[in-house]
Design a protein around this ligand. Structure first.
Ligand SMILES: Cc1ncc(COP(=O)(O)O)c(C=O)c1O
Length: 501
């Protein structure tokens, strides 16, 4: 039986920085006797040797162990609770992926081993690239980029190299106003000029795009478009939009961060997208968050293949190897071949589910988001009144004018109920946006409990708004001064700063 209040106060431990633990001379390791000739480090390193010893913590093994376990207990994680962070697709990561990634033949290989010794790993990469190409309706995939944003950067570098090979250097890339911030950032890093244009009722309107394009003449490098987009809607005019860009010599970049809403049901390549990135850490259940390793493979049409990063894992008869001989390549974008462990997990996920399973993922993700939207919209108005894909975006407009309670307050109060807050204030085109993505891995009961918590918070906002405005109440640390934390972050421990505090 479910309960609305999933959060409870419990015993957690205070934990100082590890530098504040221990005592000089204490150690947690016992090293074996030296079995190689000893070296005078000072003489060997000369002027490079340290003047002063590194001020490392000197702690016992239990102290070190407890320190990190305690810190881990402060974490909120997908393995303990529903994590409805919109756009980020925080879905449960099946443990079979972890089993595969930890197989000694996967985990213990070194990226510098000769191709002949890592045939299985190369085969996995070649097959994963083929699977991802098929899912996207593309001709090839580079697995190298280490994140969605790096995939964007790579795809745009390939677009630029393509234009240069055609003897052109157009500069303008068109981006709708609802786009993720990484889209214009990737353009800027590539020396492109971003031209933002307005969306209408949550979607790209071809007539608006047409006037923006007309003003650019023949300086159209391309379009970046997210589909399903960042307000959770499918861009229904894709074929027309792509044709408009192609007619002007541009290329269409598809941001594939939301592919979990179309797997097995629609393929970007079929509607005119030329190049796109996947976010394996969203769509294909590889772990993410906390700055962990991501993976942003880039899928492309054949005309862009010569420009993909090297080395390219290839099949050669019944053998596999890394191919470096690609004269038009943009070069390497990541050390070695990319985040191999993530490739193993994504490959396992795709092979485990197969075609029908991937379709079921999408169907359930879309069903869950629409169910959540239908249950909540009477209390929290939707930003756009359309059926949604993978996520639903609500606005706090009515709530704030009625009660003074804002999106941020609702997000903080959700923590007291035991939920991770949804994505807030993104995209910017929606006032007080609350972007909620249930994902396909959640049950109806979980969604119902979450909805009940949201409704309870709405009642609190109406009856005792201060309770919501001062939330969270159950956490170790109360509401933070987020502006100060952003403007004056203290990111590094120093003995002087520790003494001051
Ligand atoms: C639509 C969209 N594009 C790009 C990205 C960037 O992906 P990453 O965080 O892997 O760099 C995100 C991340 O949330 C996203 O939602």
């Amino acid at each position: 039986m479910g309960t609305i209040e999933q959060g409870a106060s419990g015993l957690q431990f205070c934990e100082p920085s590890i530098f504040d633990r221990g005592t000089p001379g204490r150690t947690g390791v016992s090293l074996p006797p030296l079995d190689v000739p000893s070296v005078d480090v000072g003489a060997a390193l000369g002027p490079l040797s340290r003047v002063q010893l590194a001020q490392l913590p000197e702690v016992s093994e239990p102290e070190a162990f407890r320190h990190f376990v305690r810190l881990s207990q402060w974490n909120f994680c997908i393995d303990s609770q529903f994590y409805p962070l919109g756009s980020c697709t925080m879905k449960y990561n099946p443990k079979v992926n972890e089993w595969a990634a930890r197989l000694p033949g996967m985990a213990n290989i070194h990226p510098l081993m000769d191709d002949s010794l890592v045939q299985g790993a190369l085969q996995l990469m070649v097959e994963l690239a083929e699977l991802l190409a098929e899912i996207a309706g593309m001709d090839g995939v580079s697995l190298q980029p280490a994140a969605g944003a790096q995939g964007e950067l790579t795809g745009l570098m390939m677009m630029r190299a393509y234009h240069v090979a055609q003897g052109r250097s157009p500069k303008k890339v068109f981006i709708p106003d609802s786009a993720h911030g990484t889209n214009p950032a990737s353009c800027a890093l590539n020396g492109f000029e971003t031209v933002a244009f307005e969306t209408r009722d949550g979607r790209v309107d071809p007539t608006v795009l047409d006037s923006a394009l007309a003003a650019a003449g023949d300086d159209v490098a391309g379009l970046m478009i997210t589909n399903p987009n960042t307000v959770g809607l499918y861009e229904t005019a894709m074929p027309q939009i792509c044709a408009m860009i192609h007619e002007r010599g541009g290329l269409v970049y598809g941001d594939g961060a939301n592919m979990n809403a179309v797997l097995g049901r629609a393929r970007p390549g079929d509607v005119g997208v030329d190049v796109m990135q996947y976010n394996l850490h969203k769509t294909f259940t590889t772990p993410h968050g906390g700055g962990g390793p991501g993976s942003g493979p880039v899928a492309f049409k054949a005309k862009l293949a010569p420009f993909q990063p090297t080395p390219v894992p290839v099949r050669d008869g019944d053998k596999y190897r890394l191919d470096y001989d690609r004269p038009q390549s943009i070069g390497r974008v990541r050390s070695f071949v990319g985040n191999f462990g993530m490739m193993v997990r994504a490959y396992t996920y795709i092979r485990e589910l197969g075609h029908e399973g991937l379709k079921a993922v999408t169907d359930m993700a879309v069903l869950n988001a629409n169910y959540l939207a239908a249950r909540l919209q009477a209390e929290f108005p939707l930003a756009f009144n359309h059926a949604v894909m993978h996520e639903a975006v609500f606005t706090d407009k009515a709530l704030e004018s009625e009660t003074g309670v804002k999106t941020l307050d609702v997000a903080k109060r959700l923590i007291d109920y035991g939920y991770h807050p949804p994505t807030v204030y993104f995209p910017l085109v929606v006032r007080g946006a609350m972007m909620i993505e249930p994902t396909e891995t959640e049950t109806k009961e979980t969604i119902d409990e979450f909805v009940e918590a949201m409704i309870r918070i709405k009642r609190e906002a109406q009856e005792s708004p201060e309770v919501v405005k001062q939330a969270p109440h159950k956490t170790r640390i109360k509401r933070l001064d987020e502006a100060r934390a952003a403007r004056k972050p203290r990111l590094r421990w120093t003995a002087e700063a520790a003494d001051e505090s």
